[in-house]
Design a protein around this ligand. Sequence first.
Ligand code: 3PG
Ligand code: MG
Length: 428
Amino acid sequence: MNDIDVSTIACAANVNGGNKSDFSRIRTIDGLDVRGKRVLLRVDFNVPVQDGTVTDTTRIARVLPTIRQLSIGGAKIVVLTHLGRPKGRPSPETSLAPVAAKVAELLGSVPVHFVKDCVGEEAKRGVAALKPGEVAVLENLRYHEGEEKNDMGFARALAELGDLYVDDAFSSSHRAHASVEGITHLLPAYAGLLMMAEITALDRALEHPARPVMAIAGGAKVSTKIQVLTNLTERMDALVLAGGMASTFLYAQSVEIGRSLCQPDAVPVVKEIMERARQHNCEIVLPQDFVVAKELKSEADWRIYDVGNIPQDQMILDIGPKSVADLKRRFGTIKTLVWNGPVGAFEFAPFGNGTYELMREAARLVREGRLVAIAGGGDTVAALNAAGVGQDFTYVSTAGGAFLEWLEGKTLPAVAALAENGLKGLAL
Ligand code: 3PG
Ligand code: MG
């Protein structure tokens, strides 16, 4: 992935009513003296674990540069994270023990200890035993109800364990929880390297994109993306609608869509979004042809139909070759691409072909330096990896929910807290 210049985000505040935090107030760890200091490092190690093994290490790998920088600087690194949704009750499936083991394996020579609680005597002992450069991974924050309640008592119990706070958990930033919000009122707060990379990339895609800028919004349901689509019509020069959502847009225009996924109750919203797009000069792009089949299953018998000709007993499962060619041509005319949501039912072969072909073309343009392509969301990242181009986009976010909320134009509470409270702890 390309390096992104963090200085470009300095004036991101108050543009078109989008994310309203003044990012220039966020302090980074560059040049920070951490020698011998206890650094509370909030990460998002909410990773898939099966039978005690981490099955996708992406979120861990993406935080390693921050851990290494702090370790080389001589910090005692206290790693805080949640895993799953245990709702205040410890359970073996949500323990961080296997995650700590994976962190140790990936870090190699840096000693990593696992501590069985994130607050209280056990945590204090674990942190006191750390030598400069070493790492302690503390047990799941969500074993304590105070975490999700943003309880200041719990935030204080965490803050006692550190001298400084570093937030590298962009993908948890949409939650106003104690370990990402409350704590910023108590300790000098800094953003880690991944946090800055995420904020900078999203700023570059939405607030200050090189134009023309186009978004691809895929995914099944309009109802879960109303706010995303509304915000994007104000910011994008073109908005491509695909996946299940496209059929609801076609249905709203009285186009036959057979048995395709559709939300008739979303028609008024679709009309509003179309009107808004017109007002803001955002071209709405719908596919021209589709791959359709009678059932949603791998290797189902499929055929290609132009829009308007879809038989009543069939459903749309991917975009067709004309649409792929049209979108590839459009990719050549834009400077920035924002991608959220696959354009077909990519989990079922061969209905991922449209998505994969377009992702590979975007990746090619990125490699040639002709396009900035930014993607986020669990399905989108899975499709990028399946297409073999997970490393080739300009930036791939580690965030799911937080990425969507940013696309919605919402201020993320943890990012706002870093901007607004970053200096507070210094006065203590
Ligand atoms: C995520 O995986 O999106 C984050 O870790 C947030 O998890 P949550 O949706 O359980 O708050
Ligand atoms: Mg989530």
